[in-house]
Design a protein around this ligand. Structure first.
Ligand code: MG
Ligand code: MG
Length: 253
C-alpha cells in the first residue's frame, strides 16, 4: 500500500534527505586515486552519526557497510572494503541512506576518479539527465509508467541499456515502500501519482546489456557482460508546491 505523507512528515523527510545528500557530497569530494572504498564509507558513517542520524544501510538485511560503493561494472550493493582502492579512470557509485526522526533519505551518485573514458563520461551524464527526465514526470495526473518511460527512452535513444532487475521505490518510514518505480515502462500505466507521494527515483544504466548477476559475496550486483554502469538517485516528494528534491543539497547535483 502506498503511504502518503502529510506536510509535517515531508518536512521531516527533508531533514533526513539533507543529511543523506550532505554525506554523499562529502564522500564525493574525498574521491581520488589511492583512496579505499572503506575510507569513503567511514566519512559517510561519521557524518551521518555526527548529525544524530543513523546510516540506513548499516545492518539492513545484514549489509556490513554504511553505504553501498560499487565500481565500474558493479551496479549496486558493493561492499566497502579497505582492500578496494580507487584507480584513475574508475567510476564509483555511492548509494547512501540516513534515518532521523522516523524518516529516511535515499540518494546515489556516480563519480569519476580522475580522467575517465569518453564513454564513461557520457554514461554518467546520460544517467543523471535521465533521472531528471523521469522526475519531471512526477506530477499529478501522471502515472508511475510515465516516469520509467521517460528514463528508458532517454537512455536507449543514446544507446545505453536500463537495468530492469532493480528499480526505484517509495521511501519514507521504510527504505523500500510501495510503489515500485521501474526505470522502464509504458506511459499512462501503473499507480496514479498524487500529492503526498514520496519516491526514490533511481536509474541504473549500462553501456552494454541490462542483464545482471550477483557476486558470490551475496551482495554485489554486476553487469553480466562486464560493461560499465552508472547510478543516480534522489528521494523526491510531490507536494502542494509540486516536485521537491529531498536529498539534493547542491544545485549542481
Ligand atoms: Mg539508494
Ligand atoms: Mg533507493
Amino acid at each position: 500500500m502506498i503511504q502518503l505523507k502529510n506536510s509535517l512528515q515531508i518536512e521531516k523527510m527533508k531533514i533526513a534527505g539533507r543529511i543523506t545528500g550532505e554525506a554523499l557530497l562529502l564522500a564525493g569530494e574525498a574521491i581520488k586515486e589511492g583512496v579505499s572504498t572503506k575510507h569513503l564509507d567511514d566519512i559517510i558513517r561519521n557524518y551521518i552519526e555526527k548529525c544524530g542520524a543513523k546510516p540506513t544501510f548499516l545492518g539492513y538485511g545484514g549489509f556490513p557497510g554504511s553505504a553501498c560503493i560499487s565500481i565500474n561494472d558493479q551496479v549496486i550493493h558493493g561492499i566497502p572494503s579497505p582492500e578496494v582502492i580507487l584507480r584513475e579512470g574508475d567510476i564509483v557509485k555511492i548509494d547512501v541512506g540516513a534515518n532521523i526522526g522516523g524518516f529516511i533519505g535515499d540518494s546515489a551518485n556516480t563519480f569519476p576518479v580522475g580522467r575517465v573514458s569518453e564513454s564513461a563520461r557520457k554514461l554518467i551524464e546520460t544517467t543523471k539527465e535521465s533521472f531528471y527526465r523521469g522526475a519531471e514526470q512526477f506530477k499529478e495526473g501522471n502515472r508511475i509508467g510515465d516516469i520509467g518511460h521517460a528514463i528508458q527512452t532517454y537512455c536507449e535513444d543514446r544507446g545505453f541499456g536500463v537495468i530492469r532487475k532493480y528499480v526505484g521505490h517509495g521511501v519514507g518510514r521504510e527504505l523500500h515502500e510501495d510503489p515500485e518505480v521501474p526505470n522502464y515502462g509504458k506511459p499512462g500505466r501503473g499507480p496514479r501519482l498524487v500529492k503526498g507521494m514520496t519516491l526514490a527515483i533511481e536509474p541504473m544504466v549500462s553501456v552494454g546489456s541490462y542483464e545482471v548477476k550477483e557476486l558470490r559475496d551475496g551482495w554485489t550486483v554486476v553487469t553480466a557482460d562486464g560493461s560499465l554502469t552508472a547510478h543516480y538517485e534522489h528521494s523526491v516528494a510531490l507536494t502542494e508546491e509540486g516536485l521537491v528534491y529531498l536529498t539534493r543539497v547542491d544545485e549542481t547535483l
